[in-house]
Design a protein around this ligand. Sequence first.
Ligand SMILES: [Fe+2]
Length: 297
Amino acid sequence: MGTEHHVPAEQQAREADLVERVVASFAGTPALRTRELVEALTRHLHAFLRETRLTEDEWGRAIAFLTEVGHLTDDRRQEFVLLSDVLGASMQTITINNEARANATEATVFGPFFVEGSPDVGLGGDISAGAPGEPCWVEGSVTDTSGAPIAGALVEVWEADADGRYDVQYDDRRVAARGHLHTDPDGRYRFWAVTPTPYPIPDDGPVGELLRATGRSPMRAAHLHLMVVADGYRTLVTHVFPRGDDYLDSDSVFGVRDSLVVDVAHQLPGTPTPDGREVAGPWSRIHFDVVLAPAAT
Ligand SMILES: [Fe+2]
């Protein structure tokens, strides 16, 4: 709980006056939406400063923290997205912008590891490209909210390997454990991946420092990322979470939705695979049906 601070009336008036002067400075903003955003930002930022009675030292530390977040961010490391994620701001934005529509699949965080231009692996292809992990057959359908199949929908998939790393975290810049394919005429998709395993978000930067200072775990519940895109439908960015994972209740980015938790069927070595592929050891399979909401009109 926060500490109650007694602030004399004259001091309060002085602070409130400053807020109003800053808000008024934006009165000439031509774009109404921009004006709405900067005015609300001003009010909420000042409310935070006043409520916490932020010290000048703390202000300095905040600036240093954000500076470090910026310095660490480049085309392969997105510390700002990570910061937004651990504060729940990413998930809140997604929740606001993906209102429940009938039985449409729920959205969750995009995360910092999507990379444009993933390989086209084709239906039944293998996205792992040598990434370490247990083979996992993933299949399902893409339909509209009435159950009608959506043919030709783009399905983008990406995930961490069994060591908890995405390819962008490898030293050699090779592409692995990501790919895309399109649904068949019956709206069905299928591909090989690796069985999702839990991993820590990168915690060697300022966001990791924040988590340690607040006694929070960097672990994400195991998941496979999916993005499904089809003309006339709301683009879905979501995850599939294996049931029984240790971190479903403490996901560091608040991304878990009950409706996205699925059974993983573990298969003994020697069990025939759906496409006849020879797999030496154990493998697993996941079934996940996607329902797209209509695009906003
Ligand atoms: Fe992820």
